[in-house]
Design a binder for this molecule. Sequence first.
Ligand code: AMP
Ligand code: ZN
Length: 474
Amino acid sequence: MENKFTMYNTLTRKVENFIPNEDGKVGMYTCGPTVYHFAHIGNLRSYIMEDILEKTLRYVGYDVKRVMNITDVGHLSSDADTGEDKMLKGAKRENKTVMEIAQFYTDAFFSDCKKLNIKRPDVVEPATNCICEFINLIEVLLEKGYAYISGENVYFDTSKLNDYYVFSSQTEKELMVGVRDDVDEDTNKKNKSDFVLWFTKSKFDNQELKWDSPWGVGYPGWHIECSGISIKHLGEYMDIHCGGVDNIFPHHTNEIAQSEAYLGHKWCNYWFHVHHLNDKSGKMSKSKGEFLTVSLLEEKGYNPLVYRMFCLQSHYRKPLEFSYDVMDNVKSAYEKLIKKIAELKNDGEVDKDAFEQYKEKFMEALCNDLNTSSAITVIYDMMKSDINDKTKLELIKSFDEVLSLGFAAAADSKKDENADVDDELKEYVLAKIEERKEAKKQKDFAKADAIRAELLEKGIIIEDTREGVKWKRA
Ligand code: AMP
Ligand code: ZN
């Protein structure tokens, strides 16, 4: 397959031509939500941009298999294995069981995704479904000498790797060791950067979810779940792994360490990271400031797709600051565009050359490391151009396969209302309309009125509008 798509790869720190392992096919993995609370719109920025990535790959012709985990166990409030278990925290907060919390917030997450036109991945797998896979992975890591048991927990030994900090430059690596100095230290660890694969000696006596394992009753660490689930569904080689930038370290760094130690070869070629949505005070959070959710935006009168457009207007590799002022501007631009689309006439022939030309421009923008704001500019340019309405409508529908901004629905609302009128009657009506147009041109208004009356007798109403004569059945 011709290689058109380019993307920034966090691993190589370059924009690269995308070449999948298998021609025409893409295996893609996304770190899913920790389902202890509603997703905030920052989390959803990551999922919107990952949705655009998946749909762009499909649009340029790849067959994509996308897998997402649901974190329903093992994610502690600090990514460095310290703090409280997030799921337990959610269950306590709401006086429910962990599984009730997990089910409720998984449903809430997919309901938000639906409102934002984010496609559900082909495979969605809760971590609690795959305990056997995690145990198997950890056993192999122990056998190969990459893991050790200490204080009844199982740890990954990062000193066994030549290059543990794969995403960082040399100076950053030095700094990172320093940063970890002030992490609340677990004295069972041999090295500061080691991380937990399996907890048995949990500091949470009331941990609800526990499973039997060769190392005693316990539960998996957070990082191992993404390695286990992705290898289960995508095999030993993966093309693209996605997440927000906060996942780069330690989560994705640890995923690579344990997956490659387990597999004995390189695992994933491209790493895609979405920068954060911030509020005025900095990083968005579920506990401080206004908890910005899709439902809150709806309560304030915003169509969730306005938020999708807000995200698409800036590049995924730049931090984005949320503000209601900008949302208001996007809202008015969005509504104007929808109105213009709904005003297009659904008649005439598609101009194939013009269609291909604009489609090419649109793809060029997206294939340039997902330049979504340029892709939206192509829509504006196309709408302003003098190509015919039918071509515009078809282009809108095509572009919306990727952008998913509800434009296709607006275009579809312009479907021919008289599609089910039989061809003979349709031909007769169109001929009469032409005849009437001619009569009016000749200023023969009596004849024009007679034609109108004749049509009415056949059950057809005609109406003179700015866009021309419209007709429908009475
Ligand atoms: P979590 O539910 O905390 O596991 O996070 C779900 C996803 O949201 C992960 O891919 C995070 O990297 C991402 N994420 C977290 N905070 C933000 C933010 N403020 N902006 C964009 N993405 C975020
Ligand atoms: Zn993950």
